[in-house]
Design a protein around this ligand. Structure first.
Ligand SMILES: Cc1cc2nc3c(=O)[nH]c(=O)nc-3n(C[C@H](O)[C@H](O)[C@H](O)COP(=O)(O)O)c2cc1C
Ligand code: SF4
Ligand code: SF4
Length: 292
């Protein structure tokens, strides 16, 4: 694979942390190491791998730490609905240092993706029955960074999805932009939220994450200072910082963007940077906030 630009992932079943470390020390950091905490075949579960790890998160943590000591990228492949508490498990996986969570959603759908996104800053790969662009977009717009396909991973389907997401990104700039919060968006959608002046889903969301209205207000104002979002006297709240997604038609925002010479695509890229700052603040900088 070396001459290609494909990043390989190795999905590994292991019976001890040391065996993972040995593999990583021999192969090196050019691949992603994915711990299989998914397989439910009995002999493998008896050998303390696959699904066994979902019931023994401390051991899973040891597996993750063993790989991280080798300074490689670590993914965990899990099946939703097996652990007694998926969100606690995800937090433990993040706490142990993993980089990626690859989740087989079973029948839980994108709601589970949103919960994972709202509880961790991990790179999320959503899996199970993704075989159309619509299903792919459902995952991406609720917090997934990527989707994966197994049973329908034929060339035609993969090429179709690749072409569709490329076209979408060319037009909209942010390939996995969240839905607006009031339309079921995940925590990143705070980047599109208004000032906290009305009774709407923003208020319970702020309460859930432990961010006061004043802190939310000043955080967003500071985050856009000096960026192209720091303009917009004709918009509802005087700045593009509080403006909706490009897919919600609005002549005031359009006018502001035209005057500033900003394309929709660039506007959405700026919103992505704002969402990244919000995620950074909630998960790394502000110990008082508790993402929901
Ligand atoms: C034949 C087959 C082999 C699989 N082998 C693995 C495996 O080795 N490791 C793993 O994590 N998942 C494995 N899976 C699960 C898939 O990666 C995936 O989670 C599941 O099939 C649901 O996704 P799909 O709807 O895109 O097929 C396998 C699935 C199939 C059908
Ligand atoms: S603040 Fe605006 S965008 Fe956010 S949930 Fe409320 S009405 Fe929707
Ligand atoms: S000006 Fe338009 S885009 Fe901006 S907040 Fe108001 S309705 Fe939304």
């Amino acid at each position: 694979m070396a001459p290609s630009d494909v990043v390989c992932g190795l999905n590994l079943r292991a019976g001890s942390p040391d065996s993972l470390a040995v593999i990583a020390s021999q192969i090196g950091d050019s691949v992603i190491y994915e711990i299989d905490a998914h397989c439910r075949q009995e002999p493998l579960v008896r050998a303390r791998c696959g699904e066994y790890l979902l019931h023994h998160p401390d051991l899973l943590g040891e597996y993750i730490r063993a790989l991280k000591r080798e300074e490689v990228s670590v993914s965990v492949k899990m099946r939703a609905g097996v652990s007694a508490d998926d969100l606690l498990l995800v937090k433990k996986i993040w706490g142990a240092g993993a980089d990626i969570i690859h989740v087989d959603l079973m029948d839980f759908g994108y709601q589970k993706v949103r919960q994972i996104r709202n509880n961790s800053p991990l790179f999320v790969i959503a899996n199970n029955s993704v075989n159309t662009f619509e299903k792919m977009k459902d995952m991406l717009s609720h917090g997934a960074d990527m989707v994966s396909l197994a049973r329908q991973s034929d060339e035609r389907t993969l090429a179709g999805l690749d072409a569709a997401i490329s076209r979408f990104t060319d037009e909209h700039g942010w390939y996995n932009a969240p839905k607006q919060l009031c339309r079921g968006g995940d925590i990143r959608s705070l980047a599109f939220c208004c000032m906290p002046v009305k009774n709407c889903p923003l208020i319970p969301m702020l309460e859930k994450i432990g961010l006061s209205r004043e802190d939310y207000l000043s955080f967003k104002q500071n985050a856009v200072a000096g960026t192209p979002l720091d303009f917009g006297s004709q918009t509802c709240f005087g700045s593009l910082a509080w403006c909706c997604k490009d897919s919600s038609p609005c002549m005031f925002r359009e006018m502001t963007l035209r005057q500033a010479g900003l394309s929709n695509r660039e506007y959405m890229r700026q919103k992505k940077q704002l969402a990244d700052k919000i995620m950074q603040h909630l998960f790394y900088e502000d110990a008082a906030t508790h993402p929901c």
